[in-house]
Design a binder for this molecule. Structure first.
Ligand SMILES: Cc1ncc(COP(=O)(O)O)c(C=O)c1O
Length: 393
């Protein structure tokens, strides 16, 4: 790849992938790889989903892109579906092209409607590659370190019962941007008591709760959205990744109350592919496929299967420090050697995620992963751990 900048920060391992089927990738030599990361957590229905392919092909032969003064009726139909799964009856949606953009759109709505100067976020949350939330600029944000406070006794993070929490300047905060569970890709879930306390304080101040569901949404955690593991109702939800199953579509949904307030402002945001029909049509079909095939339940079931088997391996191999996750968003934390285990899995054809500077491997396969594929992974992982234990003996 001499002519690609490749600025993602990740090392390119294969430059010859030309075909795919659900969790399998095939290279130019016909070698099979097993993708347990769904690309970049996107292909929730698996690669090369035939039903989606047919829909996309049919739509390409009709119309893919519209303009600022005309649109396709399907954007309204998909918006209704998204609002329904978010319990935002009477709310509104906008379609965009990436997760970063959906978060940025949500922040622009929130800043327009908030009459307080600051937004609150946790220091370990990730919001995308650009924009207000990504930059977390000092004069606009209060960043709370929920992992280093005096009530963090059991290593589960802040529960909102410490001096540090009491010092959060809620009187200046009008927005809470929550990432409910990925935490910079390390799969750490904020404590429910903390989230519910913050949500209550924000709403008491007439503030806005934005849930960043780019990774935790569209069934990944065994519910439609990550915030549904908490007793809260956001006002803005940003969705991406799985929403297009690899097609670049994202969306921001807002509650009816916020939509009414927004209509009283001269709110403006426009780019060339906003509300394009192809993306909205793909998103609508992804939702239907998930519903018709009970894939939210499948994410929970398959996630539990993997988690239980990984817990068993943890009992036998002390190099495993922690197994955590919700649904099919899983992390394996090691005391050391994560780089080596990652490379050995790759040599055996298994793609998982490894973040630099963390002894953590992440597994986020398609919701459609088959039991045989999970068993293949568990066997390969067991073999690698056994070899490692022997080498270190
Ligand atoms: C939690 C979270 N938010 C936002 C984004 C940004 O999404 P995108 O890469 O589609 O712009 C990502 C991407 O990894 C993410 O993990």
């Amino acid at each position: 790849m001499k002519h690609i900048i490749w600025s993602t920060g990740h090392k390119l391992k294969f430059d010859n992938i030309i075909d795919s089927d659900n969790c399998f990738l095939f290279d130019t030599q016909g070698r099979k790889l097993i993708d347990l990361e769904s690309g970049v957590w996107c292909t929730c229905l698996g690669h090369n989903n035939k039903r989606l392919n047919k829909l996309i092909t049919d739509q390409i032969n009709k119309i893919t892109h519209t303009g600022f003064c005309y649109c396709h009726p399907q954007i309204e139909a998909t918006a209704i579906k998204l609002l329904e799964i978010n319990n935002f009856h009477g709310g509104k949606c906008e379609f965009m092209c990436s997760g970063s953009e959906a978060v940025e759109y949500g922040m622009r709505v929130a800043r327009t409607l908030s009459d307080r100067p600051l937004a609150l976020a946790f220091s370990d949350s990730y919001f995308g590659s650009y924009g207000d939330a990504a930059t977390k600029a000092d004069q606009m944000w209060f960043i709370y370190d929920r992992l280093n406070c005096s009530c963090n006794q059991k290593n589960t993070g802040c529960t909102g019962e410490c001096e540090e929490f009491n010092q959060i300047p809620f009187e200046k905060i009008g927005i809470f941007a929550l990432e409910p569970g990925s935490s910079s890709g390390l799969v750490r879930f904020p404590d429910p008591q903390l989230i519910e306390k913050i949500a209550t304080r924000i709403h008491e101040n007439d503030g806005i709760l934005l849930s960043n569901e780019i990774t935790t949404g569209i069934g990944r955690t065994g519910k439609w959205f990550g915030y549904q593991h908490y007793n809260i109702q956001p006002d803005i939800v940003a969705m991406g990744k799985g929403l297009g199953n690899g097609y670049p579509v994202s969306a921001t949904a807002i509650s009816k109350q916020l939509a009414e307030k927004l209509s009283q402002h001269a709110f403006h945001y426009s780019q060339s592919h906003q509300n394009d029909p192809l993306g909205a049509i793909v998103a609508g079909e992804v939702i239907d496929i998930i519903k018709e095939n009970n894939l939210i339940d499948a994410a929970e079931f398959n996630g539990n299967y993997l988690k239980e088997n990984l817990q068993r391996l943890k009992q036998d191999f002390s190099v495993i420090k922690d197994i955590r996750g919700r649904g099919l968003m899983l992390a394996i934390e090691f005391s050391s050697q994560a780089d080596r285990i990652f490379e050995e899995l790759l040599n055996k054809g298994f793609i998982v995620a490894k973040r630099s500077n963390a002894e953590v491997l992440r597994i986020d396969p398609a919701l459609t992963i088959e039991k045989e594929t999970m068993d293949l992974f568990l066997l390969a992982f067991h073999d690698i751990l056994s070899k490692l234990a022997k080498d270190n003996f």
